[in-house]
Design a protein around this ligand. Sequence first.
Ligand code: ADP
Length: 479
Amino acid sequence: MVENLKLYLAGEWTEGTGDEVHELISPATGEHVANVPLAAPADIDRAVAAAREAQAEYRHWSAFERADLLHRIADAVESDVTEIARIQTLEQGKPYHAESVADIAEANQYFTNSAEDVKRLEGRVIPTTDRNKRMFTFNRPVGVWAAITPWNFPVTIPLEYIGPGLATGNAVIAKPPEFTPWGLLRLAEAFDAAGVPKGLVSIIPGAGEIGEQLVTHAGVDAVGFTGSSETGRRIISQMGIKRSIMEMSGNGPTIVTDDANLEAAAELAVYGAYYNAGQVCCATERVIVVDSVHDEFLDLVLKASGSIRLGDPFDEATNMGPLNNEPTAAKMDRHIADAAERGAAILTGGGRAAGFPTDLYYRFTVIDQVPEQALVARDESFGPVLPILVAADDDEAVAIANRTHLGLQAAVFTSSLRRAFWYADRVRSGTVVINESTDFWETFQPFGGAAGTDTGWGRGSLIEFTDPQTVVIDIGNVR
Ligand code: ADP
């Protein structure tokens, strides 16, 4: 059955005024599962106007009233987890049992975390030189946010903007990609159930042009973006002076030192490379192993790779599903071919798997002796690949780790606390995880990159969704 989706626009479920429809094809089955109406420019204007009108009133709600609203949304989301997770697997391809349910089960936290935090979002009282002045700061809502989000976590990433955005008194217009909007649209039913003011949130799926119209719209005050560095740079150059939180690509190194628990390091490096088929901005994109433990580590990696079950994402035994789309699979093809040409050793996988309903099922690939110049080491691959680079010692491991422009999240495996901090002090990365996968995160964890990949710390930072305002009172001029 093909589902005819509707836009969630200005408080209504509508097909919009455009005549373009995207046929949503499941990467898992190759079947046409939904029709997605694409927003026309007039629909974007309508979403913005409705958001401005709703926000003008909503901004006066007290923090506690907003928190109550967010708790009601969280409750409504919680009661629909399995259906949202099913839709997510169908449109995105991630394993239902191994990943999708757990991912959606924590969706409510984006609302409850923000609801709790906003009650303690305090301003300041600032001492003045003049004894008659009193000076305060307030955290005001910015206004209307556009949330431009990708397809790898198509439901929860938009919530990183919608949760804190609403908590702090803003309106949010979310633009998911046209090929993964369904789960988020389903979740939007919770907004109606919770009594979100009409127009305060809109969800308008579409391709990049719709995102561009949104971020450059004069009625949009701020932009939250998660996606590739190329698109992020383009948005920054186009949007003009707007508040923004940009979360872009990563090339997360996992460093394995000579005193590490090698078994844990191997298992967690493999996990960080195949979880969500590697389509995670903080995936384990490269492993840097100190030479003296390389051979033993490699054996353990190959052993750990044996636990990966590529298959139908609805099957209970499956822990890795297909890639989401052809450009991602084609990038994997390019990265692997380039590594082979440069003389690296492709030990497992190395290409697409046969015998599946689509060409997007990719074999888990371990590549050893990868030179630093190889694409798979230098750029984000965003697929199930584990490239292994060898460093002579700790100093060289840090040097290799830091030769990147994408310092989002790194992992270090060591049994020594001294060494753990030595690395944390030196690795240029928004987060350094010790003895865990690069794919570790909490929904409230400050999350953002170093080395030019990100601006802002969306998750875990309500204050970035606000504008500071200083109020000065002269108490001497009162009659
Ligand atoms: P990915 O490689 O993860 O698909 P993109 O950066 O291409 O990442 O896409 C992330 C989001 O940015 C998607 O919602 C996409 O439609 C949107 N997008 C792409 N191009 C633009 C643009 N020029 N302006 C605004 N949004 C865009």
